[in-house]
Design a protein around this ligand. Structure first.
Ligand SMILES: CC(C)(COP(=O)(O)OP(=O)(O)OC[C@H]1O[C@@H](n2cnc3c(N)ncnc32)[C@H](O)[C@@H]1OP(=O)(O)O)[C@@H](O)C(=O)NCCC(=O)NCCS
Length: 526
């Protein structure tokens, strides 16, 4: 959409200007056209973004019944106009108010201390150090994730669903993450867009746009990326596992997840429901996790959203983060290979201890912040109990749930012995035939785009600066806290004797040798 035309009818003018009034609603001409009916327009199958009759967008004629209010503990208190149907319009009206709210908060509390930094925190991966603003979700150690204040069960209840479906639509979650409001059905359809793939932010930046407009171009890139990701991910799947077959065409009458499962080549309605749930619950987990923090950091350098998201994906690929779901399935497969089906609790305990004693972690258990069972685990378990209670792999996962926490408690190292999201997801995917474990992190990435990109829009809208924490050397830190010890290699230069670096020539040779190996012209050509 053209950035110069934001603002909705019946709404205060946005920062940029006012849009031309929309055409008045026309009565439906066919029984399928239900744009003016709230009940039927819950259904994205018969209510595509454009009206069947006149092929234009309508304003709804009535307010949605029981539009749920933002929860009490919501992080976000600015309500957009209930009639706004365009996400960018809604943002344009919210951003100035939020900027003003934060400005006044900082004027009053800018120098209020909010914590102490200990030496352990500096060495401990900054755990517990309050050092980031991340608006879209907050993780409670006991309760788990809340998306704009809503828990997973609340999202499952309140977010729009597909016709006949019971799981939330991820598009609705994206709207919630961006605006802090549960979307109305019309707003939901507006979140589905297909645009081109070049970064509009990078282009606009090169042309020298004013920084107050950054968010608009980041928004455009975010929408493009989210629209294109299922196609890219499905093509990867088809190329790797389905002999390069076509992903087919996007069906504008279907929701984002349904289209994605079609492109992957799956048609089971239960799998489509699973995908809606999966893509919703993997989207966001506040700002400090590796993928969210990476996109936040890279984005803070004003790298465009494509680059920031790609960087996040490289973090997600680590086995302690997104790859853990693949690790879980590999571990379960090894377990079954070694012990067979119907394993006794005793044998399972031994297997878990063997894993720990060989210096490995039990994948799918533990968390840096959570201190209880991950609600994302729980909702997947409920899905399994409903749809695949007799699946042998699910039964094994359920049996492990009773045993692993006790073993981890007995070992006494892990601060959280309970399962996380990754302990369950692979089992569900493979039940419906998606057995290619290496692909699971790609799926996770498609979902994570919803969270990190909605935050990226707000990061630019709120003018967050370049992220640049202060690092210290051990020597400097010891000096800071008054610790006296012998001289270490990193201690201040003034305390050390100059050295003649006798190994330098060998080091130069090794660099050259390794460089020749990996940068041969042949390697570059392939
Ligand atoms: C997620 C994870 C990386 C969090 O790490 P963390 O914040 O350092 O966790 P803790 O503070 O509880 O770690 C304390 C110790 O317990 C160990 N620990 C934590 N979870 C463990 C697990 N599932 N199995 C075995 N040991 C575990 C840690 O490795 C650490 O050991 P160390 O002191 O020898 O280094 C960790 O729990 C883990 O490796 N889990 C398995 C991988 C996984 O499921 N990742 C997905 C997370 S959503």
């Amino acid at each position: 959409m053209d950035g110069a035309t934001v603002g909705s009818p019946g709404q205060r003018p946005g920062v940029i200007g006012q849009r031309a009034p929309r055409p008045p609603p026309c009565p439906p001409k066919s029984p399928q056209c239900s744009v003016v009916s709230w009940e039927c327009s819950m259904c994205p199958l018969c209510c595509p973004p454009r009206c069947h009759c006149c092929h234009s967008k309508h304003q709804p004629t009535a307010s949605p019944p029981d539009a749920p209010p933002a929860p009490q503990d919501s992080q976000f208190s600015l309500s957009p106009s209930p009639l706004s149907q365009n996400l960018k319009d809604v943002l344009a009206s919210m951003i100035p108010k939020e900027q003003a709210r934060i400005k006044s908060f900082r004027q009053q509390h800018g120098s209020t201390a909010i914590g102490q930094i200990t030496v352990d925190m500096v060495y401990g991966g900054m755990r517990g150090m309050k050092g980031l603003i991340y608006e879209t979700s907050v993780l409670d150690p006991d309760e788990g994730i809340r998306f704009r204040g809503f828990s997973i069960p609340e999202c499952q209840k309140l977010l729009p669903k597909a016709a006949g479906g019971e799981e939330p639509l991820p598009e609705g979650l994206f709207w919630l993450l961006v605006t802090g409001e549960v979307p109305t059905p019309e707003q939901l359809s507006a979140a589905i867009t297909a645009l081109n793939s070049e970064s509009k932010f990078a282009r606009a930046y090169a042309e020298g746009i004013n920084r107050v407009k950054y968010w608009e171009f980041v928004y455009e890139d975010a929408m493009d990326l989210i629209a294109k990701l299922p196609c890219v991910a499905a093509k990867i799947y088809r190329n790797l596992y389905r002999e390069g077959s076509s992903i087919g065409a996007i069906d504008p009458n279907l929701d984002w997840s349904h289209n994605f499962t079609n492109m992957l080549g799956y048609t089971d309605p239960q799998f489509i429901e699973l995908m809606r749930l999966y893509l919703t619950i993997h989207s966001d987990h506040e700002g400090g996790n590796v993928s969210a923090h990476t996109s936040h950091l890279v984005g803070s350098a004003l790298s465009d959203p494509y680059l920031a998201f790609a960087a996040a994906m490289n973090g997600l690929a680590g086995p302690l983060h997104g790859l853990a779901n693949q690790e879980v399935l590999l571990w379960l497969t090894d377990l079954q290979k070694e012990l067979g089906q119907d394993v006794s609790d005793e044998k399972l305990r031994d297997f878990i201890w063997n894993t720990l004693n060989s210096g490995r972690v039990v994948p799918g258990y533990g968390h840096a912040v959570l201190r209880k069972t991950d609600p994302r685990y729980t909702c997947q378990r409920e899905f399994a109990l409903k749809h695949l209670p007799k699946d042998p792999m699910f039964k094994l996962v359920a049996q492990l749930y009773k045993i692993v926490p006790n073993v981890l408690l007995e070992q006494g190292k892990a601060k959280n012995p309970w399962p996380n999201v990754d302990a369950h997801s692979g089992v569900l995917l493979q039940y419906y035939g998606m057995k290619e474990m290496k692909y699971y992190t790609v799926l996770f990435g498609v979902s994570r785009a919803l969270g990190v990109l909605s935050q990226l829009i707000w990061s630019r809208a709120l003018g967050f600066p370049l992220e640049r924490p202060k690092s210290m050397s051990t020597a400097g830190l010891m000096q800071l806290v008054g610790y006296k010890s012998g001289i270490r290699p990193g201690s201040p230069a003034s305390e050390r004797q100059p050295s003649s670096s006798p190994g330098q020539a060998e080091l130069t040779q090794e660099f050259l040798h390794r460089g020749r190996r990996s940068w041969s012209p042949l390697a570059l050509q392939s």
